[in-house]
Design a protein around this ligand. Structure first.
Ligand code: NDP
Length: 331
């Protein structure tokens, strides 16, 4: 019997903030899989800030999401049928299945994962792309030494939460920046950071100064704008900045800095990076991260939206900061 598939396509490019009607839900039939192909049933879809960038037409490191096509997205799922010798029915697989319930693939970019030691959804978060992003930016660009201070913005999110926990494992002081007292409390009490500063609260800059008494040696930047200006003002000489994301500017393209003076006077090394440029390091990073997870040295949170219908609303919520930890959709 034919399988019905529900898919979200990009209806039109957003103007400013994303709206639910920028997407359209379509119902189609899953095409039969041919020799060499694999039919996957998606169990979790990952919703990530990079998708906002793809919805625009601006030149970037990746091609824009085509209008009328299924939205791009990372997924973890179960193989239902396989005509490909690398996969068998029942395998748990991670891939770029997109915003849909089923997909057929030739297996390129599909990876079999072990869902016994680490729960399958974690392969989209702490033991997946966001975790590798944290690992790469911190260890390869930040290169913190024990005793140094690591500051990370969007600290309660998928990437930021891992950055701070890895920094603690490396013997550093970990300070987060997050929106609101509940998130800050989670970052300190559950994730084990030494401090977390609420950027939405009055007196943010003073609080940041108080919580970074020895300055900042490594800044892992996820936000940009006023948060980045404040963070740069705390940098120590010869500090390193891993420029990972600029989410505060994704809707209105407001990417400007108050001043680049701190970069010069403190002789900072600032490096932007895109985690998919470093695929050769993913297996090593995932092995390390999964090891930390299995041994209980890294913890994580997920915000799980129910059903494919909820994807646009959950995506918009994540961009507004309604998520704690990794934002997922459970099919
Ligand atoms: P998160 O789970 O951190 O979710 C996004 C968070 O961003 C929200 O929860 C919100 O937290 C915060 N945020 C949203 N708008 C603003 C704003 N105007 N000012 C300050 N904070 C804001 O997402 P990820 O962990 O997946 O991604 C974090 C960053 O890392 C993003 O910038 C993303 O683009 C980037 N990234 C980069 C990669 C790379 O290869 N360079 C790969 C993966 C992610 P709060 O409530 O605290 O405001």
């Amino acid at each position: 019997m034919a399988i019905r598939n529900r898919q979200w396509v990009l209806e039109r490019r957003p103007k400013g903030q994303v709206r639910e009607d920028d997407f359209r839900l379509m119902e189609t039939e899953v095409p039969p899989s041919r020799d060499g192909e694999v039919l996957v049933q998606v169990r979790y879809l990952s919703l990530d800030p990079y998708m906002r960038g793809r919805m625009d037409e601006a030149r970037s490191y990746a091609a824009p999401q085509p209008v009328g096509q299924v939205m791009v997205g990372g997924t973890v799922g179960t193989v239902l049928e396989s005509g490909n010798p690398r996969f068998s029915a029942g395998d748990t697989v991670v891939g770029m299945g997109g915003w849909q319930e089923y997909f057929v693939t030739d297996g390129a970019g599909l990876t079999k994962v072990d869902a016994r030691a680490v729960p399958e959804s974690a392969y989209l978060g702490v033991a997946g792309m966001p975790g590798v992003t944290a690992w790469y930016g911190l260890t390869r660009i930040g290169q913190p030494k024990a005793g140094e201070t690591v500051l990370v913005s969007a600290a309660a999110g998928a990437v930021g939460s891992v950055v701070g926990q890895l920094a603690k494992l490396l013997g550093c002081r970990a300070v987060g920046i997050a929106g609101g007292p509940a998130k800050c409390s989670h970052v300190v009490k559950e994730l084990g950071f030494d401090a977390c500063v609420d950027y939405k609260a009055h007196g943010f800059r003073e609080a940041l100064k108080a919580d970074t008494p020895s300055g900042v040696d490594v800044l892992f930047e996820n936000v940009g704008g006023a948060v980045l200006d404040a963070a740069l003002s705390r940098m120590n000489p010869f500090g390193r900045v891993a420029l990972c994301g600029l989410i505060a500017g994704y809707d209105d393209q407001g990417f400007s800095l108050e001043s680049v003076r701190p970069v010069l006077v403190n002789r900072l090394k600032v490096q932007g990076f895109i985690v998919s440029d470093h695929m050769e390091l993913w297996p090593k990073a995932i092995q390390e991260l999964a090891g930390h997870v299995a041994k209980g040295r890294i913890t994580w949170r997920e915000t799980v939206a129910p059903g494919i219908e909820s994807a646009p609303r959950a995506f918009i919520g994540m961009l507004r900061g309604e998520n704690l930890g990794k934002q997922l959709v459970k099919m």
